[in-house]
Design a protein around this ligand. Sequence first.
Ligand SMILES: NC(=O)C1=CN([C@@H]2O[C@H](COP(=O)(O)OP(=O)(O)OC[C@H]3O[C@@H](n4cnc5c(N)ncnc54)[C@H](O)[C@@H]3O)[C@@H](O)[C@H]2O)C=CC1
Ligand SMILES: O=c1[nH]c(=O)c2[nH+]cn([C@@H]3O[C@H](COP(=O)(O)O)[C@@H](O)[C@H]3O)c2[nH]1
Ligand SMILES: [K+]
Length: 502
Amino acid sequence: MNGAPMDDGFPAERLFNQGYSYTYNDVIFLPHYIDFPTDSVQLSTKLSRNLNLSIPCVSSPMDTVTESSMAVAMAALGGIGIIHSNNSPLDQAAIIRSAKSHRIPFVSDVIFKSPSDSIDSIGEFSSSPSCILVTESGNRKSKLLGVVTKSDWEALNDKQARVSDYMVKSPMSAPSDYDLEQVAAFLAAKNLEFVPLVNEKDGQVVDVVSAADVDRIRGFPKLGMPSMGSDGKFMVGAAIGTRESDKERLEQLVKAGANVVVLDSSQGNSSYQIDMIKYVKKTYPELDVIGGNVVTMNQACNLIQAGVDGLRVGMGSGSICTTQEVCAVGRGQATAVYKVSSIAERSGVPVIADGGISNSGHIVKALVLGASTVMMGSFLAGSNEAPGAYEYQGGHRIKKYRGMGSLEAMMKGSDARYLGDTAKLKIAQGVVGAVADKGSVLKFLPYNMQAVKQGFQDLGASSLQSAHELLRSSVLRLEVRSGAAQVEGGVHGLVSYEKKSF
Ligand SMILES: NC(=O)C1=CN([C@@H]2O[C@H](COP(=O)(O)OP(=O)(O)OC[C@H]3O[C@@H](n4cnc5c(N)ncnc54)[C@H](O)[C@@H]3O)[C@@H](O)[C@H]2O)C=CC1
Ligand SMILES: O=c1[nH]c(=O)c2[nH+]cn([C@@H]3O[C@H](COP(=O)(O)O)[C@@H](O)[C@H]3O)c2[nH]1
Ligand SMILES: [K+]
């Protein structure tokens, strides 16, 4: 049909200026025109002014989400992990160093002994691969002398014997900068079941990789290029606060090689944060600094003027957040992402849509509404790579997931924030909970990215840039879903069903 386009649906500008705070579930995009295949959709993006990612995924700086394993997996997939700061600066720096010492998306629980130690019980062995490494000092920071496998120990008559009496001496090791294929080739050539990876510069053991690990990782779907920093190592981010003591913390993190720093506040539009942004940019001009959290254009403007390289958007939208209930402040996440992105875009500042992501559709919505990346807590918690051990609750295999503003998390590390000075009474703005076992992020994130590509294809957007252009030019149309429309959009009317996404 010729003539003017028919006025169907709402342009974003009209929809988000009606005085309602919309969440991702409230809104729905109208499909557009497809003239390219799903696989040609490009999800490469910017985390901040100077850092590029090949997938738009960031893991939250939370102590039940991002430590070394998660940061390694996220970088290997082309995203990035932000290490939480609910620990001492030295511990946080050690996590960054550990993540950066890896080249393959795998971090095992390596167990060390010194030659004079004995092994008291079978429980002392790590689960995979079942071995204990023997080094001069009994930790990873000294020369590798030997290895004891679980079966060697089981066959032992005198269980009290010193490990030096029965360990396999001078085990073969591979350089820690080997990538997955090099480790695989090494294991195959030497006919080994596992190999310790040793840093050739300082002799430290970085990891132990087994042939089974290699097979498992090879079986995961492949994504784009891993996120590598200018140091040639995995890109890793770190959270800090806005207190005077955070300046010392930052120094440790920079020394450990952090590629980007996130100022981690629920309400980022403060004199404390503005001073910290200026301090970071002045002291470490090469380091990108992400400010937040913000949900309004005014908040965003202040931080942009102070010099942020990225903005983190979301207040109270997180799955464990109670900020909106406790403080009556925040914004529906779809509205917040749209509003902040529309102002940040003018200054070339990428936006991270933080919190409230519980399916691939939410990722599509966040990105199309203007964000450059999504930050996820609960979506990634419960994975193999999240910190903590699996437990059983009501017959379900779960991992703990808690808000950083929960009483429990505050008691652990962020006390200075709440107890150290002015605030004498602790008020929780988050809860402690659990999420179901999700398996490895190396497996489920690639599937979710494929789903996101399909969403982009339906919208006729072949990249994030193209989606943002379609939105701003009002070509892309949206509507608000009524309660009934939301029910209709979900699974309904069935006696029972099984939801398997991939
Ligand atoms: N995205 C969200 O909706 C929310 C996130 N959170 C998470 O919980 C954790 C704690 O967040 P916040 O409570 O906002 O931490 P915060 O450290 O930014 O603020 C805690 C308190 O310390 C004050 N403060 C900060 N810097 C100061 C300075 N230099 N001098 C004096 N006072 C200062 C703040 O004004 C606030 O009252 C973070 O990990 C955050 O991401 C918490 C609530 C909501
Ligand atoms: O109100 C809050 N109280 C808390 O205790 C808390 N801890 C984390 N966060 C924020 O929630 C985001 C993760 O949200 P999701 O689980 O929905 O991905 C995170 O990325 C944070 O922005 C909190 N918000
Ligand atoms: K919430």
